[in-house]
Design a protein around this ligand. Sequence first.
Ligand SMILES: *Cc1c(COP(=O)(O)O)cnc(C)c1O
Length: 651
Amino acid sequence: MKTPQPQTRFHNLDAIDDWSTQHADEIYQISRWGEGYFSVNDKGDLCINPTRTQNGPVINMMEIVEEMKNKNIPFPTVIRFHDILRSQVAVLNKTFRGTIEEAKFTGSYYGVYPIKVNQMREVVEEIVDAGGPYNYGLEAGSKPELMAALAMNVNQNSLTVVNGYKDVDLLRMALLGNQLGRKVIVVVEKYSELLDLMKLSAEVGVEPMIGLRAKISTKSSGKWASSGGDYAKFGLTITEILQAVKYLKSLDKAHCLKLLHFHIGSQIPDIKTIKDSISEGARIYAKLYKEGAKLEFFDVGGGIGVNYDGTRSNSPSSINYTTQDYVADVVYILKQICDIEDVPHPNIVSESGRAITAHHSCVITNVFGALEIGAANNFNTDKAINENILVTNMRDLSTELTEKNYQEVYNDALKLKEESVSAFKFGILTLDERAKLETLYWKICHRIVEHASKDEYAQDEIMALKSQMASQYMCNLSIFQSAPDTWAIGQILPVLPLHKLHEKPTELCTLVDITCDSDGKLDTFLSADGPTNTVPLHKLKDGEDYFIGLFMTGAYQDIMGDNHNCFGRLNEVHIFCDDDDPTDFYIEEVIYGNQASQVLSTLQYNPETMAQTVKALVDTQVKRGKIRPREGVDLTDFYESCLKSYTYLKK
Ligand SMILES: *Cc1c(COP(=O)(O)O)cnc(C)c1O
């Protein structure tokens, strides 16, 4: 699945000898992806500034970790900052309101939050609550999501927009919303849905609010480019839209047509695409209006991206615009085209999810060890009498190696190593000789990488060796559960330690998770110069905890994760700020993740029967005298307690 992204650049930490927390900010790009919510304090701890104000609350990540330890909440854990969620909702709504006023635009803004981006009830509830003053609504893309929206969004003034393919029950559910006095707009994605909807509405005797999704020609770049363009999965062609208007007129129901919708993809990297889509969409709106479709809402879909990699460029993990730029384009381009076409300014709807939720949550966990490739060891490599010539040659290479000939030596060493494997298979090389040769080889490689690091013309091959030899830090988490997009589509997420940021990190690492899957790793990271294969981390010390965080996981990640290797859902800690508390925060709620028995149950196992079976087996061994009775009880208890415990590694 994962497409390898070979990058040769790496952090040149050697050049920094006066390390400060400022360097940490640069190396991990904290200010750039963090949008003012994240900072480093003098002690080198990562802090959260949920209100982004000068004298506002500052939450220290390590104080959260301390409190979790006191409460025996095991890692890995999702941390949600509800105040960031609230802040993002307010920012989007205030930006639209401000820009609308400034532009003397006569429509209003009615944003909706697309539930699919993060469906957790607590998240949706917080967004609805924070959006109350702005009549911020919800978007649903399936029957269960619409059921959630009907129950959560009880504000009569806000919209509920229904997208996605629809069956009759889903349409019926939307009409139920209308019957309850709510503004539920059904967006028609394919023509036959309109026929079904009108038939049902006549049967039930409720007038629907109809939206039409246009298949516009503007295509985004990036990872979701196929959401737009002529071959997109959703939407009506211009021909079908005209046909729909005609059909509704023939039923005398043209007044039910309320909204024009388009959505050209998620994480749109380039502002130019946004401008193009608004221009195209605005023209469609204006022309339809003149055709007699008195649309009230212009829905620009989702797509505002976030700066996962901090570059603020049009790379797929980034964006080259701010929310302010986006909003200004939507409002001003729409206004200009409406004015030229002489049609009224519609109300604006947007369906941004990623931009609302990405920053509010992260996954924190402990690093519990390191795997070093070709780790320096004390294996004796002294010359033996009558040793195989291959070993002697490798030792000679090691003596010859200098900063000038390292490339040549590398080629020779690689060749010798390959030959040694053949020789071993033919029985010519002994086990001891193979071990000697490999020890010498890795020592040579370590020195080659050191030389290459100081050489700006070093070859790609040697740079690849450098990242291949990077330490692999073992992290107590599953990529498949907690960061699926890093694996599935090569999305970059910020990764950094939660503490020690005042000390220079000395190890260039890749990260491996605890699944038995070689794809369960992170080996693409952000840097000031673009994607790189390693992340700088601190040397692990015996008896000292080392905590890292995976940030910006609030959009899509925790909801798309799966139970690979039976690792289940994570614990969640919900944080609220409290200026009166000495720590500036309190843990409002802890939601415990899956126990082993819960994950097993979803896969059709019956944990109770499993425990009974193991108990019966233990009893048999007790009867046979193989296990002592007291020990038998302990073993049965142990099995049962593991069924009830967290699926991740215990510290
Ligand atoms: C997924 C989706 C969204 C949300 O997109 P973001 O990029 O997260 O803002 C909005 N509208 C529709 C129709 C979608 O499918």
